[in-house]
Design a protein around this ligand. Structure first.
Ligand code: ATP
Ligand code: MG
Length: 438
């Protein structure tokens, strides 16, 4: 394992993110990391439609950062062509489960597809279930084969060698929660919120097991579109206004002046996001984390994720959340105020959807409250967004930083990536260190 170097790659609708990790005797070290723009029209509804162009963009990004590593672990998101969901089954042996899953899978595919790739993992291995348990939970991932093939083709066209395909929620849980299990992270329930460009992914990790996922089709692009509509801007102008002027204000709090670093790159223009459903869809439910491995070679590996080992040491109770900062609105008529006013209805809608999804989870599993919300994805760069979400949903909310417990080799990793852009990186760091955590 020592000297093993792996690249984690997240190809988002708006941006491509990567992190490289090297396994050393002292643990994983992050040796490179970066962000680039996803070329327009290469991804539609979360599915890659132009692997050639996208592969070239990945290759250029990696070469611009001097990355020579070819071994890559990439991830797919829970969108239109992938379901990641914990399902409940009667208790059975590993062999029985293998048979059952062949049939079970049909009941869980919400998309039309004749060819699917499936992976599953019991949350708790059958032989470790408590004696009295009559049921067991299994994390299921099913993806359209075409979607997986387009992803793998993109990696090949970037000149990479895919080792495994993981799913986003498990990757992020690894770098934000698993990594802290020696500090009692498995004694709490975390809601991870990945707010990207087109989708907000909610994943709830309870006692170290991925217990619930839901994809909300409302995210950064909707905020940009709201600004474009209110101020009569083109999408790219609205995107610039959002990243340069956008700040969120928490009513009733004291003034803030957010030091901000401008997002250097203009955002790619993307199609209008799908309309938000009035009622939350019939949930993808609970999940726990497991990985799936296969030796069939690149392209056939669809991996669910991590080990299911129960956590380590003593539960230290989370300290009480710090009081919310008071944040005043900017002067009426100022550009910041115009952008804020334009964003507010969409931000409110997003907070409502998040709150309803978390409420659904809490109602369904009344013995499990949510202790803390970890926010990430590019939209988490919006200043004071975590405070806003926290105050809207009434839960302690912070921006997740996957670098906190890792050693960083600063020769190829900029301070910006580790600080301001850390919110982009939980997935790629989780992918790169996938097989490096104890
Ligand atoms: N400073 C900022 N303020 C507000 N939003 C920002 C800022 N910087 C980046 N964003 C937004 O972050 C989003 C991109 O984040 P991210 O890379 O996580 O998305 P993605 O993975 O490409 O999208 P998806 O996961 O939906 O496919 C864009 O909508 C962009 O406008
Ligand atoms: Mg994303």
């Amino acid at each position: 394992m020592a000297d093993k170097v792996v690249l984690g790659l997240d190809i988002g609708t708006s941006r491509i993110k990567f992190a490289e990790a090297r396994m050393t005797r002292g643990g994983p070290v992050i040796t490179n990391a970066g962000i680039g723009m996803t070329p327009r029209d290469t991804i539609a509804n979360g599915v890659i439609v132009d692997p050639g162009t996208l592969g070239s963009a990945v290759r250029e990004l990696l070469s611009a950062h001097g990355v020579g590593t070819k071994q890559v672990i990439s991830s797919v998101a829970s969108q239109s062509a992938l379901v990641v969901r914990p399902i409940e089954l009667p208790r059975m042996t590993t062999e029985e489960l293998e048979d059952t899953m062949k049939w079970e899978v049909d009941r869980h595919i919400p998309f039309a597809a004749s060819e699917v790739v499936m992976s599953y993992q019991p949350l708790i291995p059958p032989e470790q279930l408590p004696e009295e348990a009559t049921n067991m939970e299994v994390l299921l991932a099913v993806a359209q084969e075409d979607m997986i093939e387009a992803h793998v083709q993109t990696l090949f066209s970037a000149g990479l060698n895919p080792i495994v395909l993981d799913v986003e929620p498990l990757s992020a849980c690894r770098s934000l929660v698993d990594i802290d299990r020696d500090r009692g992270a498995y004694d709490s329930t975390y809601a991870l919120l990945n707010i990207g460009a087109t989708t907000t992914d909610l994943s709830i990790m309870r006692n170290g097991l991925l217990s619930f996922t839901r994809a909300i089709p409302l995210a950064g692009d909707n905020i940009t579109n709201a600004i474009a509509e209110a101020l009569g801007y083109e999408f790219h102008e609205a995107e610039r206004a959002k990243t340069e002027e956008g700040t969120v204000y928490v009513e009733g709090a004291p003034a803030l002046e957010a030091p901000r670093t401008a997002e250097p790159t203009p955002a790619a223009e993307v199609g209008p996001p799908p309309p938000l459903e009035a009622e939350p869809p019939p949930l993808p439910e609970v999940e726990p984390p497991p990985p799936l491995e296969s030796d069939e070679g690149p392209g056939k590996v669809f991996d669910l994720g991590a080990d299911t080992e129960p956590a380590g040491p003593p539960p230290e109770k989370e300290p009480a959340p710090p009081p919310l900062p008071s944040i005043h609105k900017p002067t009426s008529g100022s550009p910041a105020r115009q952008v804020y006013d334009a964003m507010l209805p969409t931000l409110g809608e997003l907070a409502t959807e998040i709150r309803r999804s978390i409420e659904y989870y809490v109602n369904r599993y009344p013995d499990s409250g949510v202790d803390k919300v970890l926010l990430f994805g590019g939209t988490a760069r919006l200043p004071h967004f975590a405070e806003f979400i926290g105050s809207e949903i009434g839960l302690a909310t912070v921006v997740g930083n996957p670098f906190q417990r890792l050693t960083i080799d600063q020769s190829n990793v900029t301070v910006d990536i580790v600080e301001d852009d850390a919110c982009y990186m939980p997935i790629v760091v989780g992918l790169a260190i996938r097989d490096m955590l104890e």
